[in-house]
Design a protein around this ligand. Structure first.
Ligand SMILES: *Cc1c(COP(=O)(O)O)cnc(C)c1O
Length: 463
């Protein structure tokens, strides 16, 4: 047996990783040429790698470490719970204290009559639950044919077969097929798709695609509309201000369920507890995960309104995960929510750090390769372009330039992701103003270096 530890040379760790660990969303064969960066520890907004580099994590892991790394209280909550009751299920008329306490707390935090929680191990699983729950709800009401779910192109709802089908990532759909009866409308991405329209008109047009789809498919066929309040993995697409009010009008007018996928937006990311509050909607179901435990333990779920819970609860819902309401994850999530609340982290993000970050982040539009900068609360994106006025794309395959800049960020010890040719951030909510300054300085430097490379490669020209 090989003894594997932090003290091994990086190259050996990378070789073992490439040999035995299959990475998500990666070209596996690439790891034998260029090893994965080995992250060894973290504190606050910082990561350290096996070479000793200190990295500023402007993505909060995968949008999830809202309270920052290294909070002992969460470790202790997990330790205490594991000793007392490491596992018990919630099937067959059993329950336990951590799941009761977390459910009560979520009912308190969630807006309106979202008072009931169905747990999952992740956001993807929760969205699979939502597909089945929305369809079961209408079947229970005598309308089994009301089973189409409308979603949006370039939405991200997870990676299981169901969640992936809800999502609008064509690169995922083509690998292995999709589940039936999911319909996609266009996304509100004005920068790339708005053409000559004003952002406001474009927002209305994109929202009205929902109404058109409901009328075409038939109101009696459409079960639900699902959307992220602000699209995350699609590139932090902040819709025009006109978009959500129009969607809300449509959802209120037709008899369909509104599912808000709050996996990223929830738990302070947009400056409120939930993105639904930020965009002014009252969904029937909310998907939660990520920031619920700040990523310290895997947990997800669906927060369900009174009426849906009552109808679904009227018969046996043949659905559930072994780790639904896992006591350790629930204990960790509760402690995370306590800290977010008692330390005023959500309020501080909204009133202090988000405005500061917005001002600095929008300053990046002065860089010659940056078109728009969009930010809501603590999630933002910039669009890279060779020509700002025409919002042109580069004369290279989408993502080529974004990847170059991402690599420069990596080299400059800043974790900033690219989605196509957009660069995105979603830092821990506890980030300090000094760290915001550092983030912007490193981003600027990486943009400079990236642009030099783009120019050297002859790619700094419109498509
Ligand atoms: C990450 C994400 C998911 C999937 O959550 P997992 O925990 O990765 O399964 C679903 N919806 C949104 C909006 C997400 O960002």
């Amino acid at each position: 047996m090989v003894e594997i530890s932090n003290h091994m040379p990086t190259a050996e760790l990378q070789a073992l990783d490439a040999a035995h660990h299959m990475h998500p969303f990666s070209t596996q064969s690439g790891f034998s040429k260029k090893g994965a960066r080995v992250i060894t520890r973290a504190k606050g907004t910082r990561l350290w790698d096996s070479e000793g580099a200190e990295i500023l994590d402007a993505m909060a892991g995968l949008w999830c470490v809202n309270i920052g790394y290294g909070r002992d209280e969460l470790a202790e909550a997990a330790y205490r719970q594991m000793k007392e009751l490491p596992y018990y299920n919630t099937f067959f008329q059993t329950t336990h204290v951590p799941v009761i306490a977390l459910s009560q707390r979520l009912a308190e935090l969630a807006p309106g009559d979202l008072n009931h929680v169905f747990y999952a191990g992740s956001g993807s699983e929760a969205n699979d639950t939502n597909i089945r729950m929305a369809r079961f709800y209408w079947a229970q009401k005598g309308k089994p044919e009301k089973n189409i779910i409308i979603s949006r192109k370039n939405a991200y709802h997870g990676s299981t077969l169901g969640a992936m089908s809800l999502g609008g990532m064509s690169g995922m759909h083509t690998q292995g097929g999709v589940v039936q009866n999911v319909h996609h409308i266009d996304q509100p991405n004005w920068w790339s798709e708005g053409g000559d329209m004003s952002p406001e008109d474009f927002g209305i047009e994109r929202a009205q695609q929902l109404e058109k789809a409901i009328l075409e498919l038939g109101e009696d066929r459409v079960a639900a509309f699902i959307a992220e309040p602000i699209q995350g993995a699609g590139g932090v697409i902040v819709p025009p201000d006109s978009y959500w009010p129009e969607l809300k009008r449509i959802c209120d007018q037709y008899d369909i369920l509104l599912i808000a996928d709050e996996v990223i937006c929830g738990f302070g990311r947009t400056g409120n507890w939930f993105g639904s509050e930020t965009v002014g909607i009252q969904p029937h179901i909310m998907t939660i995960a990520k920031g619920l435990s700040s990523g310290y333990a895997p947990i997800g779920g669906s927060i369900v309104c009174d009426e849906v819970a009552e109808v679904v609860g009227g018969d046996e819902f043949n659905h559930g995960y072994t780790y639904a309401g896992h006591p350790v994850s629930c204990a960790v999530a509760l402690e995370n929510l306590r800290i977010l609340d008692e330390e005023g982290i959500v309020t501080r993000a909204r009133e202090e750090i988000a405005p500061y970050l917005k001002e600095k982040f929008e300053g990046l539009t002065e860089h010659p390769m940056v078109g728009e900068a969009k930010i809501v609360g603590m999630m933002g994106s910039i669009a890279l372009t060779p020509h700002k006025e025409s919002r042109a794309a580069f004369a290279s395959e989408t993502g080529t330039v974004g990847y170059m800049v991402r690599e420069r960020c990596f080299a400059n010890n800043l974790i900033m992701r690219h989605v196509g040719d957009r660069m995105i951030i979603s830092p821990p909510l506890v980030i300090s103003k000094e760290d915001v300054d550092l983030l912007i300085a490193r981003a600027w430097q990486s943009l400079d270096e990236g642009m030099a490379q783009v120019k050297a490669d002859g790619l700094f020209k419109p498509a």
